[in-house]
Design a protein around this ligand. Structure first.
Ligand code: CA
Length: 407
């Protein structure tokens, strides 16, 4: 069992001191002040990008509750308040905030951890307290390359440690492909106990076009039951030319997903240079990639025909140009920060903080940022309304978990 030292706590960062130089914190103006990459592109409707900041932004304090952890990818709060975390290199740990204790969970299967691959998201089964079942996604090494897979397992704890038992791979994104990019992925259970699985389109020009193909698993949101099967009410069930597990398509690389208070799925995906998107994926709809997108190629030049809208393709609810680098997402339904009730919280790798979107109906009204001077890989809300942000330090160890509360 590995027990890394934990440097704790009581470390209070004053956020007033860490606001980034590119960020304007003035009410009524957008956070983003830099020029967009997508020259001449215009939003499809008001506040589809660069929404104003609210009249008063919430002052937040950040406290380090766990430190010196391996490079983390995801976090879930267990019912007893401990944290279940995934580490990219292929480890699961149980972390006790404040006490310095971590327990490594044995029995994690081998992962392909090169590049963007590794052990990715984790979710508790809706009946976790009885079943002790967890679900996790990972880039799976396969004979014909690799791909994002989802496994279920029972989390068993005894006095001398913790382990996964009865590990079953319940779903495999197919086809496989041999690179180390755009695996997604997030897992989110809907109120009907169906599991949404988001993946990527494997990035390369020859793979990303298949985000538009219903017989390919690249660039999709899937909806499966607890055993990995497509439920009968999925949109493409019964078609010979489509994978029955597909919920929505035309996505790029989705690393944020959460369910709102009405039980609906929302996602944020990594776009091209200037094209990160918030979407509310609906059954059977096409979200456009790589045919329509905001922004430009990272390698330079326009994307495809350089168009941002087309018939039969959904507009994002919101987009960012330049990008925020989205990873992790939660809806704020706590009472501790009333100003944020119903808001979307998104981890920002590039934004180096938490991006907060205030919604009105299904559109964005305000955007504010909580700068944290760290790449934020995941974000979760605790039962007391505190927010937990998982930092990512590139190139190995050094992840921390920050607890955010109203100052
Ligand atoms: Ca799109």
């Amino acid at each position: 069992m590995r027990t890394p030292p934990l440097l704790l706590a009581g470390t209070i960062l004053s956020l007033a001191l860490v606001a980034g130089p590119a960020l304007s914190q003035s009410a009524g103006e957008p956070v983003e002040t830099r020029a967009p990459n997508g020259e001449g592109q215009t939003p499809a409707f008001e506040n589809q990008t660069r929404a104003p900041q609210p009249a008063a932004t919430v002052k937040i304090k950040a406290e380090v509750v766990a430190d010196d952890l391996p490079q983390l990818w995801a976090m879930e709060l267990l019912p007893d308040g401990r944290m279940l975390v995934t580490a990219k290199e292929g480890e699961i740990h149980i972390v006790t905030a404040g006490s310095g204790g971590t327990t490594e969970v044995d029995g994690v299967p081998e992962v392909a951890s090169a590049g963007q691959g590794g052990l990715l998201d984790v979710a508790l089964a809706p009946d976790f307290e009885q079943s002790r079942l967890i679900y996790f996604s990972f880039s799976e090494p396969r004979d014909d390359g690799n791909g994002t897979s989802v496994a279920s397992a029972k989390l068993v704890e005894e006095s001398d440690g913790a382990a996964l038992e009865d590990v079953k791979v319940i779903f495999r994104q197919s086809p496989s492909y041999n690179n180390s990019k755009h695996f997604g992925s997030r897992l989110a259970f809907g109120p009907d106990n169906m599991l949404y699985v988001t993946v990527g389109e494997r990035s390369d020009r020859n793979t990303r076009v298949h985000a538009q193909d219903l017989d390919s698993g690249f660039g999709k949101v899937f909806r499966i039951d607890a055993s990995g099967k497509a439920p009968a009410d999925n949109p493409f069930v019964g078609r010979n030319d489509a994978q029955a597990e597909i919920w929505s398509y035309g996505h790029r690389n989705l690393q944020s997903a959460a369910i709102d208070s009405q039980g609906r799925l929302w996602t944020v995906e990594h776009g091209p240079k200037g094209g990160d998107e918030l979407n509310r994926p609906e059954a059977g709809k096409n979200y456009g990639w790589p045919v329509i997108s905001y922004g430009v190629e990272y390698s330079g030049g326009p994307l495809g025909d350089g168009i941002t809208a087309a018939d039969g393709m959904e507009q994002p609810v919101y987009y960012w140009d330049p990008v925020i680098g989205p990873s992790g997402m939660a809806f704020y339904e706590g009472d501790a920060i009333p100003e944020w009730k119903g808001a979307v919280l998104i981890g920002g790798l590039v934004a180096q903080g938490v991006v907060v979107l205030h919604l009105e109906g299904d559109r964005v009204k305000f955007e504010e940022h909580v700068p944290l001077e760290a790449r934020i890989r995941d974000v979760k809300v605790g039962p007391d309304g505190s927010i937990y942000a998982v930092t990512e330090s590139r190139g190995g160890g050094g992840s921390s978990i920050l607890k955010l509360t109203k100052a």
